[in-house]
Design a protein around this ligand. Structure first.
Ligand code: MF3
Ligand code: CO
Ligand code: CO
Length: 256
């Protein structure tokens, strides 16, 4: 198996800066998330903001991906491609996922946004998904097993009547966009490798209202949707394993 990179303090500082820029981009974009706005416009604002801070959007040209962010509405699980044809409407829920390359270091984070009045069902899915991410983060402590992240996420999502997407996972991040290990959001207790100080990776659970299955749009080769057309939500952070626990590298003050 591919080795998990232990980052040096200098690398960690670089990944922290990049992650915080990605997070600040997500905070910045919130003001533009409104009924009638296209996801293309959001993507342009994201690209502008990232570049004006000396960074590059990592998704642009990544395996042929055409845009600076992923914007996934409603039944789209992940990898929604921003488009002038996708116009936000009242009641939509969406995930915006930004990955930055700053001084060569990668930071990867995503959040949910709502447009106008959303249904209580959608609101509850969003809250549950954010809690799933937080439960996963609380498992980050030296010597714990990566599998315990997925174990607690899956247990909580199921208890709420939801399902966990197993076809897309979290991942090591920092020096490259996607590094070892694969971070499953549904896993057996005490399975997988163990966490060590200096590891950096994402936790990014996608939680479905209905069935866990997804399928990729044949036309664009990216957009992943729920098989039953029901809603999906996702939150993502870049996390560092410290000597005593974790640091959320992609966390910024909400006021920022
Ligand atoms: N940011 C996504 C992740 O969390 C990856 C997007 S890859 C892309 O891993 F090519 F679809 F942009
Ligand atoms: Co990621
Ligand atoms: Co991401």
């Amino acid at each position: 198996m591919e080795k998990i990179i232990i980052k040096t303090p200098e690398q960690i500082e670089g990944i922290r800066k990049s992650s915080k820029l990605a997070a600040r981009t997500l905070t910045y974009i919130k003001q533009f998330v409104k009924e009638g706005v296209s996801t293309e416009l959001l993507d342009q604002k994201i690209e502008e903001f990232v570049r004006s801070h000396g960074a590059v959007p990592a998704t642009l040209g990544y395996n042929g991906y055409p845009k600076s962010s992923c914007i996934s509405l409603n039944e789209i699980v992940c990898h929604g491609i921003p488009s002038p044809k996708t116009i936000l409407k009242n009641g939509d829920i969406l995930n915006i996922d930004v990955t930055t390359i700053l001084d060569g270091y990668y930071g990867d984070t995503s959040r949910m946004y709502t447009v106008g009045e959303v249904s209580p069902v959608a609101q509850q899915l969003i809250e549950t998904t954010e809690h799933c991410l937080n439960l996963g983060i609380q498992q980050v402590i030296p010597d714990n097993y990566f599998g315990n992240i997925g174990f607690v996420i899956d247990r909580y999502a199921r208890a709420k009547g939801y399902s966990v997407v197993y076809e897309y996972c979290g991942h090591g991040v920092g020096i490259y966009f996607h590094e070892a290990p694969q971070v499953d959001h549904s896993a057996r207790r005490n399975s997988g490798p163990r966490m060590r100080p200096g590891m950096t990776f994402t936790i990014e659970p996608m939680i479905n209202q209905g069935k866990p299955g997804t399928f990729v749009d044949e036309k664009d080769g990216w957009t992943a949707r729920t098989v039953d057309n029901k809603l999906s939500a996702q939150f993502e952070h870049t996390i560092l394993v410290t000597e005593t626990g974790y640091e959320i590298l992609s966390e910024v003050d909400r006021e920022e």
